[in-house]
Design a protein around this ligand. Structure first.
Ligand SMILES: Cc1cc2nc3c(=O)[nH]c(=O)nc-3n(C[C@H](O)[C@H](O)[C@H](O)COP(=O)(O)OP(=O)(O)OC[C@H]3O[C@@H](n4cnc5c(N)ncnc54)[C@H](O)[C@@H]3O)c2cc1C
Length: 819
């Protein structure tokens, strides 16, 4: 390509000519956006793509990702019929369980698969060997088979997508290195290359493991680490290479296999992973000339995988090895992709594919094209959204620790409520020392240490309530004890990790009214529960808004959602040209929730303020002093009890916690943790964003219609979509179900069946200690949403009966909250 061919302008510039960039470009063009330029610093497929093993497995823990991978397969089948086919072989895929626990996991996956019509079936060890005759069945308990899994040639896939994109008008420039990206007023304006500059509106960073370096050009952090990932290719060892073998995974042995002509490709996830870094300070810096290259063979580190591979496929012991591929690949701290628009308008990222970029490329291209062209991806991509990472991931060392932990435990069974251990403790509450000295069992969220429960409360609980199977793994009787104590007297919860955002400024009233579905700009002191919606009426965020002054509001949102909600608010402010200041105050304030029927009595011993219903009504806020300490009190609840959340400047935090405990203990107060909150909120039917409510569900469907103020003067984002939905009526509704067997507890994502047909999927679930029932929530077709409807829920292959019940199941009149 001659130098003069580089255009000076394009609407969209895609950086990176691997499968990611090629797929994004193709899908943009397919949607009609053909003013797209792809820039590749070397040749197409010269990054991670060319050395991939090429397996395409569809089922993942995340339903959205599974749907994306299913679309990939559809696309690869289609591309196979073009002039540049990707070498798609629909071989089927087997996963074997070499332990009873793994079989449980497989049964759980089979159950999920039912919710998206994926024909994953359980097979016996002998059936697995029939399909993959080289396999030994020793130690194999059973397995699962998915006929539509397969493999392809990754480089051919890249060329196939690139050719399809070119055919639709996309221009691709190889040997064109991006050196800089310009911005003005917080949005990208042009890309600078070693062959000239291109003005543009949108940049999509598809830089694979180079994506962090590219993002630094605009000051954006993409937390990923190039990790060394290895597989071997054997000499011919198959008797009849014309018989297509399915892919084979044995996660207990950490290995996977696929056919390569008459030999096998065998790879795995080592327990002792190695980051590949050019510079330990940045951990993601890659030499400028690293293209079309591999890393040196590392047999020592691969030894465990090689040994294991001979257990499942004994012929591997005698097979000659043609080559070992050691290639770097971008892994992220939570093993999920980094997708979406960043804090710089028009600067998108699609990278960090964690050795699943070939399986994911089709779906990634599709959602990214929607994100660029429609402003949102059209699906709930929370788990992959770049905005999920808090500021702690700006740290290369923290990113590295988390990435290493995830890689080394990649194939491990993660029981529900499994906690990660690396990089802890990092963010702690002022009461942290108190918690540790009182036997707190901590969980971690967004780097925060949060009390799950106190082991010291276990003796007051009931061991007989331990749920059967997986939900019983990380369970303690303390949870029930803390739940009951809160309902009977009071519980004190440390919620300092809550994300707190202050929004202020001249335009703040108009701005918040525009971005929230509820009427939030009420009198000073008023607290409003609200959602932020997308234009389709889907829920993008869910929080409370407290008016603390005429021109100042506090938004309180979940620990994990702080970065996401901040980014969303700032983006909306730019879109609406609103003169507002949006400040993250999370670390400035500790937050303690005092909830329970005795909350008022306890607080009254520490303050002269009138805490009565008239002077301090539900959903209002005031500044008070508690003992010697100034606080802002919000009369809200997430457990369905009387009480207050107390926001205190962090330096007073330790003293406030101690004062509350001292005053409360004689009145039955117990310190309590997040597990008890979860159980109580399920009884009360309070929704959680990212599970019960998502960008794919509307407030009407979720039973949050009371928040929607359709008649709001000036309107709000999502209003017209909701007005239409209201007129037409919703077709599904979030219902509460009680399971017939109270010791069987759902974990989320299980299929719900009505008269033999799958009609929904569990969003969240748990045990309610007051109502003494196993509870689950699910969206069901409206015809089935009435109380009394009988359904079944699939728990590890057992269909457990359940009934739709009127919600909330606890205190439907809300008397306790207003007590
Ligand atoms: C050993 C191994 C085995 C794997 N096996 C599988 C598998 O079986 N199944 C599966 O699904 N996935 C697998 N993967 C993962 C898969 O290969 C990757 O996820 C995928 O190829 C990544 O594609 P990408 O487009 O994001 O990145 P890349 O292919 O790395 O493309 C990024 C491109 O950006 C270019 N670039 C960087 N900086 C600039 C710049 N400044 N200007 C212009 N261009 C730039 C680079 O040159 C590069 O070509 C494997 C990976 C490895 C390493």
């Amino acid at each position: 390509m001659a130098v003069r061919d580089l255009p000076t302008r394009a609407r969209v510039v895609v950086i990176g000519g691997g499968v990611g960039g090629a797929s994004v470009a193709y899908h943009l063009a397919e949607r009609g956006e053909t003013d797209v330029v792809v820039l590749e610093r070397d040749e197409l497929t010269s990054g991670s793509t060319f050395h991939s093993a090429g397996l395409v497995g569809q089922l993942r823990a995340d339903p959205t990702l599974t749907r994306m991978n299913m679309y990939s397969v559809e696309l690869y089948r289609r591309l196979q019929g073009t002039d540049t086919p990707p070498g798609w072989t629909e071989s089927g895929g087997i996963k074997v369980a070499s332990s009873p626990e793994r079989l449980q996991e497989i049964r759980r996956q089979i159950s999920w698969a039912r919710t998206f019509d994926l024909a994953l079936e359980e097979i016996s060890a002998d059936q697995a060997r029939e399909m993959f005759p080289l396999m030994s069945t020793e130690g194999v308990v059973a397995g699962a088979y998915l006929a539509s899994d397969g493999y392809l040639d990754p480089s051919q896939l890249c060329y196939s997508l690139a050719n399809a994109a070119r055919a639709l008008g996309v221009r691709i420039f190889t040997h064109t290195r991006v050196l800089g990206i310009d911005t003005a007023d917080g949005r990208v304006t042009s890309v600078r290359t070693d062959r000239g500059d291109i003005e543009c509106e949108v940049v999509v960073n598809c830089g694979g493991m180079f994506a962090a370096e590219i993002a630094r050009m605009v000051g954006v952090r993409v937390p990923l680490v190039p990790m060394s990932h290895q597989y071997v290719v054997t000499e011919p060892m198959l008797e009849d290479p014309t018989v297509v073998l399915p892919t084979l995974r044995d996660p207990d042995l950490l290995v996977y296999y696929r056919q390569e002509v008459a030999g096998l490709v065998m790879g795995g996830y080592e327990r002792n992973p190695a980051p590949w870094t050019a510079d330990m300070t940045h951990v993601d810096a890659i030499p400028a000339d690293f293209n079309g290259r591999l890393l040196p063979e590392d047999w020592d580190r691969f030894e465990e995988i090689t040994d294991n591979s001979q257990v499942r496929v004994p012929a591997m012991a005698d097979a000659g090895l043609r080559k070992i591929i050691n290639g770097p690949e971008a892994f992220t701290p939570d093993n999920e992709f980094c997708l979406g628009e960043t804090e710089v308008d028009g600067f998108f990222v699609a990278a960090g594919f964690c050795a699943h970029g070939i399986a994911g490329a089709g779906g990634i291209g599709q959602v990214m094209a929607a994100w660029v062209l429609d402003g949102d991806p059209g699906m709930d991509l929370w788990h992959m959204d770049i905005r999920r990472f808090g500021r702690q991931y700006r740290s290369p060392s923290f990113t590295l620790k988390r990435t290493m932990e995830n890689y080394s435990t990649y194939y491990d069974i993660k029981y529900p409520l499994h906690e990660r251990t690396s990089g802890r403790p990092l963010r702690t509450s002022p009461a942290y020392a108190w918690h540790t000295s009182h036997d707190a069992i901590f969980g971690e969220k967004s780097g925060w240490e949060r009390v799950n429960y106190y082991a010291s409360n276990a003796s007051a609980g009931d061991e007989k309530l331990r749920p059967q199977g997986w939900p019983g793994h990380h369970w303690s009787p303390a949870v029930g004890a803390e739940h009951n104590a809160t309902r009977d007297a009071a519980g004190l919860f440390d919620e300092s990790s809550f994300a707190k955002i202050e929004v202020s400024g001249d335009d703040v009233v108009g701005f918040l009214e525009q971005v929230c579905d509820n009427h939030v700009a009420r009198e000073v002191g008023a607290i409003t529960y609200t959602q932020m919606l997308n234009h389709r009426g889907g829920i993008e965020a869910d929080f409370t808004v407290t008016r603390v002054a005429d021109d100042t509001f506090w938004i309180i949102t979940g620990t994990a959602y702080g970065s996401h909600d901040l980014a969303l608010l700032r983006k909306r402010a730019r879109e609406l040209s609103a003169e507002v200041r949006i400040t993250d105050m999370t670390g400035q304030f500790a937050t303690y929730a005092l909830w329970g029927p005795r909350a008022r009595d306890i607080l009254a011993t520490l303050t002269s303020a009138d805490l009565g219903n008239e002077a301090f009504p539900f959903m209002t806020s005031q500044e008070l002093t508690i003992g010697d300490i100034p606080v802002r009190a919000l009369r809200v609840t997430f457990v369905g009890e009387l009480g207050w959340e107390l926001y205190v400047s962090s330096e007073y935090g330790a003293a406030l916690w101690q004062s509350l405990m001292d005053a409360g203990e004689p009145k039955g107060l117990v310190p309590a943790g997040y597990r008890a909150i979860e159980s109580m909120r399920l009884e009360k039917g309070y929704r959680v964003w990212s599970t019960d409510i998502t960008p794919e569900t509307s407030p009407y469907e979720a039973g949050l219609g009371f928040c929607v103020k359709l008649d709001k003067v000036g309107g709000f984002i999502g209003q017209s979509a909701l007005a239409e939905q209201k007129k037409a009526g919703v077709s599904r509704k979030l219902v509460c179900l009680t399971l017939d067997e109270s010791s069987r507890v759902a974990l989320g994502s299980e299929p719900v069946r009505f008269e033999g047909t799958v009609v929904g999927r569990v969003t969240s679930a748990g045990y309610g200690y007051t109502v003494k029932a196993s509870l689950a929530y699910a969206y069901l077709p409206i015809a089935l949403a009435a109380a009394g409807t009988r359904v079944d829920i699939d728990l590890f292959g057992d269909w457990i009966g359940a009934e739709v019940v009127k919600q909330p199941v606890f205190d439907p009149a809300g008397e306790r909250v207003k007590g």
